[in-house]
Design a protein around this ligand. Structure first.
Ligand code: ADP
Ligand code: MG
Length: 591
């Protein structure tokens, strides 16, 4: 018996589970499904995003629907159109072996008459945004007076978005004797009011932090001057050539502005905010899903629907007003068992906010320094070298080679390598060569007292380069563990672990350097040499003091300043990554 069978799911659902490649239920599924299948009960389930809540209510709901009847029996309310469509799509996959089950999505920004027509044809399950739902009830286009199940998905988000009154209205159109299932990441006051008012002694389940996305997210902050936010953002992107990120801004204007600047500077970026048309938003989201955009710049409201796995970084260009919002932002990464990084760009005056967030999320931030220009150059150089090394040879070049060899005649291997990497590298070098240190000269004293793993004093800290990275299956957590265990160091002795695609960096205190280097002399894993060297660059930490080189900052904002050209993203490097990043059934074509 599989673990899904043990939950009491019927054959048709188990077959669908099998097709989807789900191996075992997630924690919230394991807890919720048996309860919902066995009894008619109200339920409050608290679990972070990315924990599989859709299936936790979707499976039992589908199993309980009477498909002989065409009456609407289940209503799912969800905050945004995006989520609405995602849920509908998921439910359709779960119910692919059910005969005569119709799931219909209703949401704003699309033809209401078409949606009404679909409902009329018989929809046992309706997935709706509150606004459109209310509208359709008022116009008599949908009848929810006989539903047996009402699901409030992402309840906290719905209430955050001001749907309290709408939800109350909608619920007052439903029968008393139905079951209500409320799913939420957090339990703010408004959610408990809804629970008290509309639910009858609900059972409660909470999915512990351990299995939630949250524990696999590393939180980092970078202290810069108020005017250096944008150049700092660029450096963070340049330090992570394979970044796949959401950059959060506070206003629509900033969102648009930052995205435009990034695009202008040659990054693959896009804006997502409420002033765009639905069509524009769909286009951006589609490109993001397909990994054609590496940096999605978004407002909190617009990002609510984003449910994309494999986001490597969340960047808080500005901190949100509400701490709760920070939790939602950082929850966009570190999903589906992967690790992620949430970066915050702050000014000195905002440091107390970091402290407040730390208290709230019960996790320490790591104070990091914006990489220096030379550190970025080093990273980009290794990245480039590895890219060349890993490039698949296109046999079509064969016929051109004699001529090409003529061109290179008389240039020896060493010189040729220098020239090849210089083609791209020079752009970064010219841009960063004299770039100033962006780190605000004094990040306050707390960083030293609290976070020795985050920011050791310059003198005692040594930065290393190691020739393994994501490609070898490491993320910052597993690499940290690997190095610590291999060298035999203490829990906090390895820090500032930055994992890139095919190489990484980390720091230890200088006193450990001999041991580290000795351990990794002629060291092999799976027959491959793992090579550790002291990085040429102290980077990733230590450097302080804000030498201002005045005009050199951010010069040449033109086309090539950021280093990357737009066209490079549509070519091989992007495609190579996309395979790895896409989850196998992530659907990009349901718009
Ligand atoms: P939530 O609503 O909690 O944010 P979702 O229901 O959207 O999470 O699920 C997140 C992702 O995990 C989806 O891509 C979903 O298909 C996948 N998923 C859900 N349950 C499982 C499972 N048991 N095994 C593997 N993947 C799962
Ligand atoms: Mg969900």
């Amino acid at each position: 018996m599989t673990k899904f069978e043990a939950l009491g799911l019927q054959k048709s659902l188990l077959d669908a589970v099998n097709d989807m490649g789900f191996e075992s239920p997630s924690e919230v599924q394991e807890k919720a499904i048996p309860i919902l299948l066995e009894s008619e009960t109200d339920l409050v389930a608290l679990a972070q995003t990315g924990t599989g809540k859709t299936a936790a209510f979707g499976f039992p709901l589908i199993q309980k629907i009477d498909t002989d009847s065409r009456t609407t029996q289940g209503l799912i309310l969800s905050p945004t159109r995006e989520l609405c469509l995602q849920i509908t799509n998921e439910l359709k996959s779960y119910s692919k072996y059910e005969k005569n089950l119709n799931v219909v999505a209703i949401y704003g920004g699309a033809s209401i008459t078409e949606q009404a027509r679909q409902i009329k044809r018989g929809a046992q399950i309706v997935v709706a945004t509150p606004g459109r739902m209310k509208d359709m009830i008022n116009r008599g286009m949908v009848n929810i007076s006989k539903i047996d199940y009402c699901i409030l998905d992402e309840a906290d988000e719905m209430l955050n978005m001001g749907f309290f009154e709408d939800i109350k209205d909608i619920l007052s159109n439903t029968p008393d004797e139905k079951s209500t299932w409320l799913f939420s990441a957090t339990m703010p006051r408004e959610v408990s009011i809804i629970a008290k008012k509309f639910m009858h002694s609900p059972q409660e389940i909470t999915v512990g932090h351990k299995n939630s996305g949250a524990s696999t997210v590393q939180h980092e902050y970078y202290v810069v001057g108020g005017r250096d936010r944008y150049p700092a953002l660029k450096r963070l992107a340049d330090t992570n050539p394979d970044i796949f990120s959401v950059v959060f801004c506070r206003t629509k204007r900033d969102t648009q502005r930052v995205a435009e600047k990034l695009i202008e500077d040659g990054y693959s970026a896009g804006a997502l905010h409420g002033d765009l048309s639905q069509n524009q938003r769909d286009l951006v989201m589609n490109s993001f899903r397909k990994n054609q955009i590496q940096m999605l710049v978004a407002t909190d409201v617009a990002a609510r629907g984003i449910d994309v796995d494999n986001i490597t970084h969340v960047i808080n260009y500005q901190l949100p007003d509400e701490i709760e919002t920070y939790t939602h932002r950082s929850g966009r990464t570190g999903r589906a068992g992967k690790s992620g990084i949430s970066m915050v760009i702050v000014t000195r005056s905002e440091l107390r906010k970091i402290k407040a967030i730390e208290n709230k999320i019960k996790t320490d931030f790591i104070k990091k320094n914006i990489p220096t220009g030379m550190e970025i150059c080093e990273i980009q150089l290794y990245h480039l070298a590895n890219k060349i090394k890993d490039t698949e040879i296109n046999e079509e070049v064969e016929s051109f080679l004699p001529a090409i060899n003529d061109v290179f005649q008389g240039i020896d291997r060493e010189e040729l390598i220098k020239k090849i990497v210089s083609v791209e590298f020079t752009r970064f070098y010219n841009y960063y060569n004299k770039a100033k240190d962006l780190n605000s000269s004094d990040g306050g004293d707390r960083d030293r007292s609290r976070n020795n793993r985050g920011d050791a004093p310059t003198s005692g800290s040594v930065r290393y380069f190691v020739n393994v990275g994501e490609k070898d299956g490491y993320d910052w957590m597993s690499l940290k563990d690997f190095i610590r265990d291999t060298v035999g160091l203490g829990k906090e002795d390895v820090y500032k672990v930055d994992v890139k695609e095919s190489f990484s960096f980390f720091n230890t205190e200088a006193e450990n350097t001999d041991t580290v280097l000795k351990t990794f002399t002629d060291f092999k894993v799976d027959g491959r040499f793992v090579n550790v060297e002291v990085s040429k660059n102290p980077g990733g930490g230590g450097r302080r003091g804000g030498r201002d080189r005045g005009r050199s900052r951010d010069r040449g904002k033109g086309r090539n300043s950021g280093g990357r050209r737009k066209d490079s993203y549509s070519s091989s490097s992007q495609n190579n990554n996309s395979g790895k990043r896409r989850s196998k059934r992530r659907n990009s074509d349901f718009f």
